[in-house]
Design a protein around this ligand. Structure first.
Ligand code: AKG
Length: 253
């Protein structure tokens, strides 16, 4: 039940992502939401604020209206047993063994490792990017794992992906200074026209390749959208010493 079919494996290699529907039970999702809400209420650090990043739609500063809106609760792995148990659970472990074609895999505490808290009102949009644009490993072959602890729709800002882009390499001129795809270029417009939303239901888990281009809109619903996100890599794919990717030890699965 935790393993993958050959068809699912082929879809991941073709598209760069795979959704496993209902991989996580509702009680676990509810417990993660409850924990995240408590941590939000008491501003339990470390937190990344919308105003820190200045993505489109973010408050102009910490002092502006909505300036204290949390974008992500960081260091999710350290926030509670329910999160830790999920991150190393059999369903995650076995799926990654198949997708990475590796028996031994590791959770990176340095990247993602967060609970996204996309809030109504002051949440921002995330432009088109690859997750590994600032990461430093022997190989650009990592997988981000995104648990929908509630339903994710285009209205509340679910992820959008451009299928198959994990296999492409682009010249630096396609990107802006922050390594987002420049939306003004014709070639980028054609690529972005192929994008698909990835709506998720509570308990669904999205696995996506670190080179897959993805983006997301703002939350236009009245409720906060919480998502738990971790990044994993094969034990044989090492972070480069001295970089942010090697700042904290990996957690073996
Ligand atoms: O939910 C979003 O805005 C997208 C987040 C994202 O893609 C990221 O943090 O890498």
């Amino acid at each position: 039940m935790n393993g993958l079919t050959p068809q699912e494996l082929a879809i991941f290699h073709r598209d760069g992502y795979l959704v496993r529907r209902g991989l996580t039970d509702a009680a676990t999702c509810d417990a993660i939401v409850e924990m995240a809400q408590t941590h939000l209420e008491v501003n339990l650090a470390p937190i990344e604020y919308e105003a820190d990043l200045q993505y489109p739609g973010a408050p102009k500063s910490k002092e502006a209206p909505g300036g204290d809106t949390c974008r992500r609760l960081l260091h999710a792995y350290s926030r509670g047993d329910v999160v830790r148990d999920w991150a190393v659970s059999e369903g995650i472990k076995q799926t990654l063994q198949a997708l990475l074609d590796s028996p031994d895999n590791v959770l990176s505490q340095c990247h993602h490792n967060c609970i996204m808290t996309k809030q109504p009102g002051y949440s921002s949009a995330t432009l088109w990017h690859q997750d590994n644009r600032y990461w430093a490993f022997d190989e650009r072959n990592l997988i981000s794992v995104w648990l929908a602890v509630g339903d994710e729709t285009t209205e509340n800002g679910c992820l959008r992906v451009i299928p198959g882009t994990h296999t492409l390499d682009f010249e630096p001129g396609r990107f802006d200074a922050a390594l987002f795809l420049r939306p003004d270029l014709g070639d980028n417009k054609a690529l972005i026209a192929r994008a698909k939303p990835v709506p998720l239901e509570k308990g669904d888990v999205l696995f996506f390749h670190s080179k897959l281009f993805h983006a997301a809109g703002r939350n236009r619903s009245p409720e906060t959208k919480f998502s738990l996100v971790f990044t994993y890599h094969a034990a044989s794919n090492h972070p480069i010493e001295g970089t942010r990717s090697a700042q904290f030890p990996g957690i073996p699965l």
